[in-house]
Each structure stands twice: as C-alpha cells, then as structure tokens.
Design a protein around this ligand. Structure first.
Ligand code: ZN
Length: 414
C-alpha cells in the first residue's frame, strides 16, 4: 500500500532521476560491536532487550550465526564484501579492505540508491576501507573518539541514532536508500548508565551498555514506522563478534574463536516475510548474497557465501560448512559442519574438536577420540580457504595516537 502511494506520488510530482523502481526496498543495516547473542532477550537472556526483541518478533532470527572473526575489522569487511577475511585482506591493524573488491554500497549505488554510513570505533575510520563505495560516510564520531585516546568514555549510541534519524528524514521518498549504522557502546571499556546498569561487575556493566544501545536502536526502528517507511525497508541487524567473560580463561575478544566471541545475533526483517527462527548454522559471509537477492540486485562476482533467502521463507537449506579466521601473532582458524566444530592453529596444527549440540560451552575436547572427523573438518577448511583467493588488502599507516587508541581498546601488540 505504502509503495503504491509512493509510486503514485512520484508520478504526480514528476520526480527527477534517480527514482525508485517498483518494488525497490530501502536497506538499513545495524551492526553492534561486541554483542553476544545470548545477551538478548530473543536469544534467551533473562533481561529483555525490548528494541531488538521487537524486531526479532517480526523477522527471521538466526540462532546459530557465526561471525567471520572475533574482532571488528575482518568481520565487518566480510559483511560488506561477502568474502572471507583472507580474500578481502583486512586482517590486521595495518591492512584495510582491498580497493578493488566490490562492496555492498558500491553495487547497490549503481541501482540508484542513496548510500550513507555512520561509523563509531577506530576501525570504521576511512583508512580501513569499510566506507568503500558509500556515497556519503560520516566518521565524526570515529574522529572524536580517536582524539580522546582513552577508549569510548564518550558514549555514542544516542548520537548515532540521532544522526541516522536525521539522515532518514532528509531522504526523498522517490529514491531508495541504504543506511549502515555501527553502534559501539558494548565494547570494552564498559561505561555505567544511570537507570540501566545494575551492578559493578564486568557482566553487569556490559549488560548496562547493551540495554543502553538497545534503547537507542529501538528509537531508530520506531522512527521507520513514524515516517512510514517500515513497510518498504529491509532491516538487517548483526554483531561483529561477541565477548569473553572467562569462559575459556580470558576477557574481551580477538584472542580465541570459541562460541562466546563467534556466535552473534542475526535478525533480518523483510516486509512480506513472516517471523521465523532458523536453527541451521549460517555465517557472516552469507549476508551480502542474501541482501542482493532480497533487493533483487545482481550480485558482483567473487562472493564466497550463499543466500539465506530460503531459510527466511521458513524452508530448510542444505547443510553448509562455516569458517572463521583470526590472524595475528597466534593465528587460529575454526570450521563448523553440522554440530561439529574444529579449532586449529594453522602453523603447528594443534587443535580442539567440539560437538556444539551436546556441548555448546565447548568444555569437552573430543579431538583425541575422533581423528577422522578432525581430518575431514580440516580438509573442508582448507578447501574453503583455497576457494577464497587471497587478497593483499591495502596498507594502513598508524600514528602513535592510533596505537595508543588501539591499546586502550585492548588491541595492543597486534
Ligand atoms: Zn568489534
């Protein structure tokens, strides 16, 4: 109904080019830094997260979604390019996304979309390439945070939603748009929020940050309804990675590839498609192909995941293999097929094997008793990595201030 009205309005007012083609949806991608799936009400958390939970009730909730890595840059670069980390090349602090790789923003722009990104977090600064292809990219909050050096004492969710709402309000109805907003507050160092933080321990402070971010995401989502674009906007919400709270002896992230850092919330709300919960394992690399299919846009060559549209329609899909990668002083790869997950050091081949259905907390390493299964998973991993043509990325120069900022976020020495 709304689409019909828009098209009619467009015809009556003789819109100038570019104009919205019949059936073209807007795209809103919301990414949240450091958000564990199990922190949300819709994923079983005791404390509800009303904004995201409401979205989940209307969309498809993926219960077993893997990020591409356990830190921001490679993970979000996989989201934006549809390629594994070693292929887009943004795998350490000095390498950004390869300029030659087509991005969601670039491909979607060609179809007449207005495209805009709003960043927070140093890795969303323009040097790292996540803004490649966006017509406009707002990194004011990235710059602000860089100047402060001491993590994000200046919280940003409220300003991010304000910026997103202002941008949406300025859109002309006759042109489809793609907006990406990255929320950062759940990232270490956790800040208390009056009325929302219920304790002083790291878990309580973290939960307060999530509640605060959820509140502002709710405001943004409700605004879609207020301005009447909810029914022609595809919404995709995902986290870049989770967070450790001593489950395997550590804290924060970018250290391991256990589920507490790899399993992320993933919700896709497509107007016209009913709520569903998807239990099949899926990966961050599948999101670009899914978006292209939902928006009816021909995908660029080189995508390395698969479209999840069948799952969104409530149908089961063939079982697929997921992989995740972590480069650095101690590189690690992970591979999953069905319930089985292998975590392996690609240099000395030391490894662990878990059955995630029986042991979701990964406490019982079954590698010694299952050498054939380990070998099969390793072969599947190597085959995936072989298909992913290695990319060099682009060189990023870091200043002393950058290094101090990274250290403040717990990324020292990488
Ligand atoms: Zn992150």
């Amino acid at each position: 109904m709304i689409r019909t009205l828009l098209i009619t309005t467009c015809l009556l007012t003789a819109c100038s080019h570019p104009s919205r083609e019949a059936g073209q949806f807007n795209l809103l991608i919301i990414t949240i830094d450091t958000l564990r799936a199990d922190q949300l009400g819709t994923y079983g958390a005791e404390r509800e997260t009303p904004g995201i939970d409401a979205l989940a009730k209307q969309g498809a909730v993926f219960e077993q979604a893997w990020s591409a890595s356990s830190w921001t840059l490679p993970s979000l670069a996989t989201l934006m390019t549809g390629r594994h980390a070693r292929s887009h090349g943004a795998v350490d602090d000095r390498r950004g996304v390869g300029k030659e790789i087509p991005t969601l923003a670039q491909t979607i722009s060609v179809r007449g979309y207005s495209t805009h990104g709003i960043g927070s977090h140093i890795f969303l600064g323009k040097r790292f390439g996540l803004q490649n292809g966006f017509e406009e990219y707002d990194d004011e909050l990235v710059k602000h945070y860089n100047q402060r050096r001491e993590s994000h004492a200046q919280v940003s969710s409220e300003r991010l939603s304000d910026k997103a709402i202002t941008w949406i309000d300025q859109r002309q109805q006759n042109q489809p748009w793609f907006l990406w907003v990255h929320y950062f507050d759940p990232h270490h160092v956790y800040q208390p929020h009056e009325g929302l933080t219920r304790g002083e321990g790291p878990r309580e402070l973290y939960a307060g940050e999530v509640a605060f971010t959820d509140m502002h995401i709710e405001r943004l989502l409700q605004h879609l309804g207020t301005v009447g674009v909810e029914e022609n906007t595809l919404v995709l919400l995902v986290a870049d990675h989770g967070e450790e709270f001593q489950e395997h002896g550590g804290s924060m992230h970018r250290r391991t590839l256990y589920e507490e850092v790899l399993r992320v919330p993933l919700i896709i709300r497509m107007p016209g498609l009913a709520h569903t919960r998807v239990t099949q394992p899926v990966s961050m690399v599948d999101l670009a192909p899914t978006v292209y299919e939902l928006l009816n846009i021909a995908p660029p060559k080189g995508l390395q995941g698969r479209s999840l549209v069948e799952a969104l329609r409530g149908k089961s899909m063939a079982e697929a293999t997921q992989i995740a990668e972590l480069e650095g002083p101690k590189p690690i790869d992970a591979v999953r097929h069905g319930p089985w997950k292998l975590i392996i050091d690609p240099i000395d081949f030391s490894h662990e094997l878990f059955n995630l259905e029986e042991d979701p907390a990964e406490q019982n390493d079954l590698a010694a008793a299952n050498p054939k299964r380990c070998a099969a998973l390793l072969k599947a991993l190597q085959s995936k990595l072989k298909q992913a043509e290695a990319g060099e990325g682009t060189q990023v120069e870091l200043s002393d201030t950058d290094r101090a900022s990274l250290e403040a976020l717990g990324y020292g020495g990488q």
